[in-house]
Ligand binder design. Structure first.
Ligand SMILES: Nc1ncnc2c1ncn2[C@@H]1O[C@H](COP(=O)(O)OP(=O)(O)OP(=O)(O)O)[C@@H](O)[C@H]1O
Length: 280
């Protein structure tokens, strides 16, 4: 055992350690990227095949092993063909530096606060004018499948852009806008969200609220809804709708939610320090 450990120790170099870290980061990013997309199911299938192949060989099931290993070879070709649009968009993101932004640059609390302020500013303006709006703040669950239902924008977040999108009779005013706060990006507009079938939802609430709630039943996103009828601001989170909230409260909820450690980023402690610094 000791010899084995010494052998392992002799094989570990700084380079191999760096290599492991890089591969881990790439795999982690890949997993985040496919989470919540159609590719997730296919990926799970591939992982299953990966485990079944050695198991069938160990159990001596030669024919089964042959089928699994050849299926595995073909599965890779199939994945490349079926998910060609996803690969293309990933390469485009690479070109736009978005992927690297997410991988290398930890978004600072400063940037997050600025973007949240822009969102709140636009929501307040839309509410004031009683312009209906549906804004999805994407978190860890990948929303590529939702983005695909609308028009991809890949623009920087600005309150003017958000207000413009929802202005009645503009081409993209129907449907939802998808924002990615951590990369300060308006991903798409005019997107179709899954409707909630929650029977407890008041009958006075229509499909905009139902769609906002439905999105949070299937993802960890926060959805902000502005009612066209009343101008009330609501938000949905984890399958619960919070109606008629004040902008300050919404801001607090978003900031708290996007800065908690256990949910995918590591600056929850930083947010607390920030709060103290600001004397809040
Ligand atoms: N599945 C959906 N995905 C995205 N947006 C949707 C979806 N369903 C409805 N919407 C949006 O909601 C609008 C219809 O809102 P509706 O009046 O039915 O909802 P509401 O909850 O009563 O909201 P409001 O108080 O603003 O009237 C549509 O024009 C569209 O923009």
């Amino acid at each position: 055992m000791q010899e084995f450990l010494l052998y392992i120790q002799s094989r570990i170099t700084v380079n191999s350690f760096i290599e492991v870290v890089i591969i881990t980061l790439i795999v982690y990013k890949l997993l985040l990227w496919i989470r919540g997309t159609q590719a997730e199911q296919v990926f799970k299938g591939l992982i299953l095949l990966l485990f079944c192949a050695p198991l069938s060989s160990w159990l001596g099931f030669t024919t089964l092993n042959l089928i699994i290993t050849s299926a595995f070879t073909w599965a890779f070709i199939l994945v490349v063909v079926v998910f060609q649009p996803e690969f293309r968009s990933a390469l485009e993101q690479l070109g736009n530096n978005r992927l690297f932004k997410g991988l290398l640059k930890k978004p600072s609390m400063d940037f997050l606060i600025k973007d949240v302020n822009k969102v709140i500013k636009s929501v307040m303006a839309l509410a004031e004018e009683k312009t209906g709006a549906l804004i999805v703040l994407e978190k860890n669950t990948g929303l590529n499948n939702i983005v695909e239902t609308g028009v991809e924008l890949d623009a920087d977040i600005s309150s003017e852009l958000l207000e413009n999108i929802f202005t009645p009779n503009r081409p993209l005013h129907d449907g939802a806008v998808i924002l990615k706060l951590w990369s300060s990006q308006v991903r798409a507009a005019g997107c179709l969200l899954p409707l909630s079938d929650n029977r407890a939802l008041g009958s006075e609430l229509g499909t905009r609220h139902r769609a906002g709630l439905g999105m949070t039943e299937k993802s960890d996103a926060i959805v902000v809804i502005v009612s066209e009828e009343t101008g009330y601001i609501s938000y949905a989170l984890k399958g619960t709708l919070y109606q008629d909230v004040i902008p300050d409260m919404l801001k607090q909820v978003i900031l708290e939610n996007f800065s908690v450690k256990e949910e995918g980023n590591n600056y929850g402690w930083f947010y607390k320090l920030w709060e103290k610094k600001d004397g809040k």
